[in-house]
Design a protein around this ligand. Sequence first.
Ligand SMILES: C[S@@+](CC[C@H](N)C(=O)[O-])C[C@H]1O[C@@H](n2cnc3c(N)ncnc32)[C@H](O)[C@@H]1O
Length: 268
Amino acid sequence: MNFSDINGSAIYSLIVSKLRGAGCVFAEDEALLLISSAQTTTDLAILVDRRTTGFPLEHILGWVEFCGLRIELDQGVFVPRHRTEFLVQQAATLTQPGAVVVDLCCGSGAVGAALVAMLERIELYSVDIDPVAVRCARRNINSAGGQVYEGDLYDPLPTLLHGRVHVIVANAPYVPTEAMKLLPLEARIHEARVALDGGSDGLNVQRRIVAAVSLWLVESGYLLVETSEAQAPMTAKIFAQYGLLPKLTRSDEKDATVVIGTKTALVN
Ligand SMILES: C[S@@+](CC[C@H](N)C(=O)[O-])C[C@H]1O[C@@H](n2cnc3c(N)ncnc32)[C@H](O)[C@@H]1O
């Protein structure tokens, strides 16, 4: 809809007050986004209704802003969080032009898409176990020249990548099963459990990623895994158990923690 003079309009005020009543903290911004993505007032009423009944804004819009890109997002697919932009920033500083990069647990493909946009000529391979996420990631990544595979962690990757990967990034599920019930309702209902539940200590998927990493990395390659601040020492311990030298990196601004591992010592 054309909303050139919508800010002061009755319809805008009504939507803002409905969104605010439903607990949307950024009601004004959300109202403008919903208005701009509706074709008709009937459409708009449906979108507002979905939002006030708890659908994530990003699933309603069908896209999310991530690292300055518009990432397409399908219902049920994990909504990329801004904290994960820190994982992208850390990976970007360690990735040379022409590098082979693997994004495990890629979801919508946001991390890989951002790396392709930031870096020159990387060869990107992304993987997810959820077919809905894989379909979504293909739309975000194939046009940028990356490949998306469906399956369990490294299983679907071509074996010719053994010992050839320079950087592996992973924002795998890391919520401990017991803590799943503490997540916001939006996440529990509208994101797949497989995207969130990391098992009893939250680190089951990370453990499997680290255990198999040396088969894939070049000698000087890097593994970067997003984790929580509280879990970071345990994530680092897993890296060390499998022969990687771990380094904890943290952005307080983004409330983000990434463990970086190499087979040889990291230069600061
Ligand atoms: C926390 S989400 C992160 C998605 C994406 N990396 C991002 O940051 O937006 C975790 C993703 O891991 C995927 N996943 C969970 N277990 C997996 C496995 N064993 N192999 C591959 N993907 C897996 C889920 O389907 C989900 O898309």
